[in-house]
Design a protein around this ligand. Structure first.
Ligand SMILES: O=C(O)CC1=CCC(=O)O1
Length: 255
């Protein structure tokens, strides 16, 4: 039994079975449905493989602690399970951190990276440790309101009732997995890994993202060097691929 089968994480694929593989990796508190605004367009160019991080959607939550290497190994095991030697990778937030780890530590498996609303080093360990403690005590329900405020601008929240879908995703995330992932993002420091990334890398930031502001995207690009470029989407907070879905999809370079 492969590591992937042993963990029992859920995945699905769409698009062209013979096209190059693109793996989509979700943010903390989201499921693979966060990519719905992009999937139709991506299906025209890729074999699109989505999976749910540990404790998200129907994926089980193995005991922690979790490290970027653990969650990166989940992706490598999925590629092994699918007999895919190399893939492109698009990750948001926590998913972007996993992408950075993969680019640096498994560069031979990564064709290209898109890192959305993420960071190599958040620099706020205590905030994330406090959030983890709060989730263990009160559950993910308690986090819904402040999280939705980080994820979407006030204007978007006012006009888009579908933010309720994302509120439900947060509340449905396994409490302990959420806490373990919060601890991971609080402690993560991938800054020294960035120069090892050789895959072409697009970094996308939301101009109004309070969780990973554009400076974090700029720091990723500076750390990687010539292979990386930054795009900042105006009028977008942390889930920029949802708030500015069309503009985000346009950045992905699909003909
Ligand atoms: O703000 C959140 O909901 C979670 C988060 C912040 C940075 C990150 O990587 O995830």
């Amino acid at each position: 039994m492969t590591r992937w089968e042993r963990l029992g994480l859920e995945w699905r694929e769409t698009g062209h079975p013979d096209a190059p593989v693109l793996v989509l990796s979700n943010a903390l508190g989201c499921t693979w449905e966060m990519w719905d605004p992009q999937v139709d367009a991506l299906n025209s160019a890729y074999r699109v493989v989505r999976y749910n991080q540990r404790g998200h959607g129907e994926s089980p939550a193995p005991p922690g602690p979790y490290t970027p290497a653990d969650l990166g190994a989940d992706v490598l095991a999925l590629l092994d399970h699918l007999a895919v030697p190399r893939a492109s990778f698009l990750g948001s937030s926590l998913g972007g951190m996993i992408g950075l780890w993969l680019g640096a530590h498994a560069g031979d498996r990564i064709e290209a990276l898109t890192i959305c609303c993420s960071s190599a080093w958040l620099g706020q360990e205590q905030v994330e440790l406090d959030r983890a403690a709060a989730v263990r005590e009160h559950g993910t329900n308690e986090l819904v309101s402040p999280t939705i405020e980080r994820w979407f601008t006030a204007h978007f929240r006012e006009w888009h009732a579908e933010t309720a879908v994302y509120a439900a995703m947060i509340a449905s995330t396994d409490d302990e997995a959420y806490a373990l992932c919060s601890e991971l993002i609080g402690r993560v420091d991938l800054r020294a890994d960035l120069p090892a990334i050789t895959a072409p890398t697009l970094v996308v930031a939301g101009a109004e993202d309070p969780a990973t502001p554009p400076e974090h995207g700029a720091a990723i690009v500076a750390g990687i060097g010539a292979n990386a470029r930054l795009e900042v989407l105006p009028h977008a907070a942390h889930l920029a691929n949802i708030e500015q879905a069309e503009a985000f999809t346009a950045l992905l370079g699909l003909a």
